[in-house]
Design a protein around this ligand. Structure first.
Ligand SMILES: C[S@@+](CC[C@H](N)C(=O)[O-])C[C@H]1O[C@@H](n2cnc3c(N)ncnc32)[C@H](O)[C@@H]1O
Length: 217
């Protein structure tokens, strides 16, 4: 990850194919198969970290079809700005509360949750929206902010580049680019950081767990 010059920019020229693939992945059922078979859901590094952290309730920002609600016991609130995904989550995961909302405007009071998760959603947010989103997460969190996303890396294989370029989200970053954005935000302490590949090496993930500066219990 040290030599950024080797890391290719995503190919944005295949817009017709991208549109079709993005459309296919919009289908919640296909999205579910994709998450489980190609992106290591439940077995990847994020799953292990979530299970290892102690919290009683969690807000999942960009929750998609709500699958993270199944990962651990406790109160689960998910929000997403895609209505079909929120409806899917409401239908299949009755134990959670799912809302249609924007990552940059969280409809909750300050310090409402012990943990706030942003999984696989960073690449949907511009630098400005990511900064706004993390500031909002910091506002509503009492303890942890858990960030995870697929990142670009040096020597990324062609098949992986293809999958990244087909994603609806167009802002895949390197780990360093994500860290540079986070460094601009005050009162965040990195408590855990790691990278992992999902089988079969199509996606390379960065997970960063932050503690909010002023712990309020
Ligand atoms: C790749 S999916 C990840 C879903 C889920 N977190 C997971 O890991 O399975 C990205 C999700 O972010 C949502 N999203 C993108 N931009 C958003 C925004 N500004 N506010 C809220 N949700 C957003 C999309 O609708 C999509 O469901």
């Amino acid at each position: 990850m040290s030599n950024n010059r080797q890391i290719k920019e995503p190919d944005s020229s295949r817009t017709d194919l991208k549109f079709r693939w993005g459309g296919i992945l919009e289908n919640p059922y296909i999205s579910k198969v994709h998450r489980h078979c190609l992106d290591g859901f439940k077995v990847g590094g994020l799953a292990k970290i979530i299970k290892s952290l102690e919290y009683k309730n969690i807000l999942d920002v960009g929750c998609g079809i709500g699958e993270y609600s199944t990962m651990k016991k406790g109160r689960f609130v998910g929000l997403d700005n895609s209505l079909p995904r929120v409806k899917f989550a409401q239908r299949y995961y009755k134990h959670g509360l799912f809302l249609l909302a924007e990552a940059t405007k969280l409809p909750f009071k300050d310090h409402s949750f012990e943990a706030v998760l942003l999984a696989n959603t960073i690449h949907h947010l511009s630098d400005e929206s990511l900064t706004e989103g993390v500031l909002e997460m910091k506002r509503v969190s009492r303890k942890y902010i858990i960030l995870d996303d697929a990142v670009r890396w040096s020597d990324q294989n062609r098949l992986s580049q293809f999958f990244y370029s087909m994603d609806r989200g167009t802002m895949f970053r390197t780990t360093e680019e994500i860290e540079a954005i986070l460094k601009r935000i005050e009162d965040l302490k990195v408590v855990l950081k790691g990278n992992f590949w999902t089988f079969p090496r199509l996606y390379y993930h960065t997970v960063i767990v932050l503690e909010v500066g002023d712990l309020r219990f």
